[in-house]
Design a binder for this molecule. Structure first.
Ligand code: ADP
Ligand code: MG
Length: 271
């Protein structure tokens, strides 16, 4: 079938929430691994100077030769920064601490918000065979996060099931509107996923109900439960799908991958 040979542009999805500790990195790693498991070739760009996604996928500091810093500064091409993980079909562009200075270094360049978009231009993605690119963002609405939102087709928002979760969300929605108005008119909201959910907790139930009221169908049906296996897996440098394939965390992220694919809204093939 000639259509099967046409490379498609991957869906570029920024995992964003300016709050720390809400499950961005956990979602990026495990959604990435779950997508790869169903044969959807995925790359994860670690855009957080803390490099938690890189560590969590077993890329030690010494192994991080070409990084997202090189990608932003134009020192390396997308092909050159992609490293394999031990999960087949899951690649990573790692991050190192020098990314924290990139924020300041790039702030004086003319295309400061467009650096990642330029690095991920269609012609640079050709030949990678990627279907999805996930960008794990730092816990801020900094220039790094802005670069992710300008480069992305959509934003995926992990929402921790706790008080104040929705307050941060309105700030994020405002930023998305600003990005649409200034740099990326087609930026969509991929979905909002409740994380660390404990169904016995009435506050968590309330956050879920409020999120559905405010966001409707944007809230994924899949809810990520609080699961200790998810928090243990990174110290074994594994996605939870490898560390404990039958855990509740694994089951939830597999379901999220299915829902993510079912919402697929493929872009035009790369021409
Ligand atoms: P962020 O990237 O938004 O800062 P992380 O993904 O690093 O957040 O998660 C913060 C902490 O919570 C980490 O220690 C992580 O292992 C833990 N964690 C994330 N999701 C879950 C979950 N569903 N159940 C239990 N622990 C979780
Ligand atoms: Mg993180």
């Amino acid at each position: 079938d000639v259509l099967d040979e046409t490379p498609r542009a991957p869906r570029i999805v920024a995992v964003v929430n300016q709050k720390g500790g809400v499950g961005k990195t956990t979602t990026a790693i495990n959604l990435g691994a779950a997508l790869a498991e169903i044969g959807c070739r995925t790359a994860l760009i670690d855009l957080d100077p803390q490099g938690n996604a890189s560590t969590g996928l077993g890329i030690g500091k010494a192994e991080r030769e070409k990084t997202s810093y090189d990608l932003l500064t134009g020192d390396a091409d997308f092909h050159a920064v992609l490293a394999p993980t031990h999960v087949p079909d899951l690649l990573i562009c790692p991050a190192t601490g020098d990314l924290s200075s990139a924020d300041i270094e790039i702030s004086t360049t003319a295309r400061r918000s467009f650096l990642l978009r330029d690095a991920l231009a269609a012609d640079r993605l050709r030949g990678t065979g990627l279907e999805v690119v996930l960008i794990d963002c730092p816990p801020s609405l900094s220039l790094l996060t802005l670069n992710a939102m300008v480069a992305a087709d959509s934003v995926l928002v992990p929402l921790q099931s706790e008080f104040f979760a929705l307050e941060g969300l309105s700030q994020l929605m405002l930023t998305i509107r600003e990005v649409r108005a200034s740099a990326n008119p087609d930026l969509r909201i991929e979905g909002v996923v409740l994380t660390m959910y404990d169904g016995r907790n009435r506050l968590a139930q309330q956050v879920l109900a409020d999120a559905k009221d405010a966001l409707g169908d944007l809230v994924y049906d899949t809810i990520i439960p609080r699961n200790v296996r998810l928090s243990e897996a990174p110290s074994y440098a594994q996605p939870v799908l490898e560390y404990d394939p039958l855990s509740k965390g694994s089951i939830a992220y597999r379901a999220l991958a299915q829902e993510f694919m079912a919402r697929a809204d493929w872009k035009e093939p790369i021409s």
